[in-house]
Design a protein around this ligand. Structure first.
Ligand code: C5P
Length: 472
């Protein structure tokens, strides 16, 4: 049987467990056993639905593209904190539309909520102005999340029983968006068997909760579990639902990427270059960073913005690039997307070459170091996964297969860069991923459909994450 770590449960569930255990005079572990026993005897008809944070979304939310939230303020002393909550949500770039229950208006005014949210505030189910087109349905659905703060015992009871006799409860009943409650009430009300039943029912219905916390009550001399979670906690919980953290499969991994062209000097003002834009390498750096990797991007001269959170090292020539790549080792993954010049000028002029009567100067070329091959063949510091690129204009797969063996890398991303494809400098790419295990010549080819360079980057990083996980 699976081991359950109580510490991994969320605060509200843990608090509830402790209270239940204290009331029944059992240890928390014994209480969990009893609950599990009860749950198993109720299977399958009463198994709680999984938390419905991903309910179907129908109507569009905010026109600005920002996340939009409907905040229902219930009638309790904690309502004053709801005003601060509006500010904390707006700080996180979440638009807030407030609904105040009748009781809430005893504690805070619609004017204050409106001034802070910069939106009209809604209070009445029978408001002719907003209900002519079923405004409560719009308030329930023209948002990405509904937050109830404070969620009073009364509002919780109404929700649990499906009441809809005022604007707040009608919205909650009509909602097809995730709902987050921040309960707040006197500890005796929170511990009352009716409230416990209602909260349990709502959790089974997929309603999410944050808090309540333990602490002093507004009532003099009273303390216990029942204080509303702090506005920052509620805002963080809301943001977590609205913008769930992305998986970070490359967290803790160091990834090195080369990108862009190199410039090989002819003299102090002229150079040999190529048409590489650096877009694919930069997109890979961004995707690797989003996947949690520490990214070092060694880039030739490009006209691109530095990806956020990536350490960018700018270089000019192939030799500079090699030095900076070597200095960046060790890494877990190295991706060589740069279009490195194969040759440089042997007789680079110290002064600007002049037109003379002697005729056209002759340039002697010498071979540049092959960075990919050099790093692939390292003994000690060879990265566990080395990926090269093969930009070809003919016999793409054949040339790429030969390249993977010749250079000694593990994978090659091959693409056709014939002028008709528009790949060089363009935004799209049609690639084939060639992979081989160890040093053998058994190479698999996976051809991807035409994609944007960002999509290629995301797909490549997903493959890398899979390979890194398998290797470790
Ligand atoms: O030999 P070719 O230039 O076609 O090989 C392409 C691959 O080798 C790319 O991954 C490129 O970044 C890398 N390369 C390199 N150093 C060179 C030439 C190419 O790292 N001097």
């Amino acid at each position: 049987m699976a081991n359950l770590t109580i510490r991994k449960l969320d605060d509200a569930v843990r608090d509830e467990l402790r209270l239940r255990a204290a009331r029944s005079g059992r240890s928390v572990e014994d209480e969990v056993r009893v609950i599990l026993g009860e749950a198993v005897t109720r299977l399958p008809s009463e198994v709680p639905a999984t938390v419905s944070a991903q309910r179907p979304h129908g109507l569009p939310a905010s026109a600005s593209g920002l996340a939009r939230l409907t905040l229902i303020i219930g009638g309790g002393i904690a309502a004053y904190k709801a005003l601060d909550l509006i500010r904390r949500l707006k700080e996180r770039r979440i638009e807030v539309r407030c609904v105040l229950t009748k009781a809430a208006q005893q504690f805070v005014t619609p004017l204050a909520a409106s001034a802070l949210s910069h939106e009209r505030v809604y209070t009445d189910l029978f408001d002719a102005e907003s209900e002519f087109d079923a405004g409560h349905i719009r308030l329930a659905r023209e948002c990405d999340l509904i937050v109830v703060a404070p969620a009073t015992a009364d509002l919780i009871a109404k929700m649990a029983h499906g009441h809809a006799d005022d604007l707040a409860s009608a919205i909650l009943l009509a909602a097809n968006r995730p709902i987050l409650l921040a309960p707040a009430m006197n500890p005796l009300m929170w511990n009352n068997a009716a409230t416990r039943r209602n909260v349990l029912q709502l959790r089974r219905d997929g309603i999410l909760t944050v808090g309540p916390n333990a602490g002093e009550m507004a009532e003099a001399g009273e303390a216990g579990v029942g204080r509303m979670a702090e506005p920052t906690e509620i805002a963080a919980a809301a943001e977590h639902i609205l913008r769930p953290p992305q998986p970070r499969p490359l967290a803790g991994k160091r990834v090195l990427i080369t990108a862009g062209p190199t410039h090989e000097a002819i003299d102090p003002v002229r150079y040999i270059a190529n048409r590489s834009s650096g877009k694919q390498g930069f997109a890979i750096a961004t995707a690797a960073r989003s996947a949690g990797a520490e990214v070092v991007l060694v880039s030739g001269p490009v006209d691109l913005a530095e990806p956020a959170g990536v350490s960018v090292i700018s270089v000019e020539s192939a030799r500079d690039m090699l030095h900076r790549v070597e200095a960046a080792l060790p890494v877990d993954v190295a991706i060589f997307a740069a279009a490195v010049a194969d040759w440089r000028v042997a007789n680079e002029g110290e002064q600007k070459l002049k037109k003379t009567a002697a005729g056209v100067p002759s340039l002697q070329l010498v071979e540049n170091p092959d960075i990919l091959a050099t790093i692939s063949k390292l003994k000690d510091k060879r990265p566990p996964l080395v990926i090269g690129f093969a930009a070809e204009t003919e016999h793409l797969i054949e040339n790429a297969k030969a390249k993977i063996v010749r250079k000694g890398c593990d994978w090659i991303v091959a693409n056709d860069v014939s002028p008709t494809t528009g790949v060089m400098g363009g935004d799209r790419n049609t690639v084939h991923l060639l992979t081989r295990e160890g040093e053998g010549e058994d190479i698999s080819v996976d051809s991807w459909p035409v994609m944007t360079k960002e999509q290629v980057a995301t797909e490549l990083v997903a493959r890398i994450a899979g390979a890194v996980e398998t290797k470790s």
